[in-house]
Unconditional design. Structure first.
Length: 380
């Protein structure tokens, strides 16, 4: 769903102050050396637990130095950051599908009725006897198949119409978009309300792969104006603050757990796509919005997502990627040209799963070179 244009924070001019330190784009130019003493014990082992937190519709220029995102900027200052990371394409749903299958399968639509019958990350994980769960904030029940929740639209309203009071959206749930998951009750049992994460962390029963989708307020997306809406996409300040608090609470909960302290784990925090321009964007604005990462889909000229598209690689724009490595927590910056295919490839390489779709394109799609992780060196 498109968002009206929010204020543009020029990353080269804006800085956020944290105690005696300052975060600027120039401060992200080079990586600190890895802390070998902390990371040595785990350096040759794969990550046992991988956490992915997927936020929404906010480009890097709207994050770096944003005073309404103090915690997220603190994470960028303290841990890992990829300064050359992009969404795969637009709209949101296509990015979720691309992450889990290695392809967007020709869709640039948020139509929630779409289903995808393709080999996916869950197939790979289960084939290698690895556990997984999708934790969906505001989803009402385990394995919920509805398009929205809650939904105050009249009966008979097309599913493509977003209810103004909706908090959960199936388009932000990559698992229930897959036919071999939504039609398999035992797999659907692994798609659970977000509240289950606290229980699993406290009981030290965390799966190997953890996917986290905040609700449409806490992921910084927002609701459409209308009856029952709490925070609409016309209120970026509240959305930024809600997203920052969600990330703060969730990362702290993970890092305080026994699992995090006693296993080798990694948290990846990213955004599905960049901030939408409003109205008729200038050529420069459209170029920024559609800046491509590796293997971005080539879309022919025409009207795409309401924009006059001249044709060419239709990327998702530059978005942040934050990396927190429990084995060697330190600040570093990588400048690997990458996108959600690269993140998928990195996870697949960690567990030797093989590569899906565009994640297999070693010419363009590179494994994220996390310092101190020799197993993360890009491989064919």
């Amino acid at each position: 769903m498109k968002l009206p244009k929010v204020f543009a924070l020029l990353a080269a001019a804006v800085l956020a102050t944290f105690g005696s330190g300052k975060l600027t784009v120039s401060a992200l130019a080079a990586s600190d050396p890895p802390n070998q003493e902390n990371g040595q014990a785990f350096s040759s082992q794969p990550f046992q637990h991988v956490y992915v937190i997927m936020m929404e519709n906010t480009g890097s220029a709207n994050v770096i130095g944003n005073p309404n995102l103090p915690y997220i900027n603190q994470l960028i200052h303290d841990y890992g950051y990829d300064s050359n990371y992009f969404g795969v394409t637009h709209e949101s749903l296509a990015n979720y599908v691309a992450f889990i299958t290695g392809n967007n399968w020709g869709t640039n639509s948020d139509d929630p009725t779409q289903q995808f019958n393709h080999t996916n990350l869950v197939d790979q994980l289960e084939a290698h006897h690895l556990t997984w769960k999708g934790y969906m904030e505001s989803m009402p029940t385990v394995g919920f198949k509805g398009y929205w929740y809650p939904d105050n639209e009249p009966a008979g309203t097309p599913p493509s119409v977003t209810p103004p009071n909706a908090l959960y959206a199936i388009k932000h749930n990559p698992f229930t978009l897959m036919t071999d998951i939504v039609n398999n009750p035992s797999r659907l049992d692994h798609v659970v309300p977000f509240s289950q994460l606290k229980t699993d962390l406290q009981s030290d029963n965390v799966p190997n792969f953890v996917w986290i989708s905040p609700n449409v307020i806490n992921d910084m997306h927002g609701q459409p104006p209308g009856p029952g809406a709490t925070v609409t996409y016309n209120d970026p300040t509240q959305l930024y603050q809600a997203g920052d608090q969600f990330v703060h609470n969730t990362v702290n909960m993970i890092m305080a757990s026994h699992s995090w302290k006693t296993s080798k784990s990694v948290i990846f925090i990213t955004w599905d796509e960049a901030t939408y321009p409003s109205g008729n964007p200038t050529p420069s604005e459209l170029q920024t919005f559609t800046a491509p990462g590796p293997d971005a889909p080539v879309v022919p000229a025409g009207t795409v997502n309401g924009f006059a598209w001249p044709g060419g690689p239709y990327g998702g724009g530059q978005v942040p990627l934050i990396i927190i490595d429990s084995a060697d927590p330190h600040h570093f910056v990588i400048n690997t040209w990458s996108n959600h295919y690269s993140l998928l490839r990195t996870i697949e390489q960690n567990w030797h799963l093989g590569y899906l779709g565009n994640a297999s394109d070693s010419n363009q799609v590179k494994t994220l070179p996390i310092p101190g992780e020799p197993g993360m060196a890009s491989q064919p």
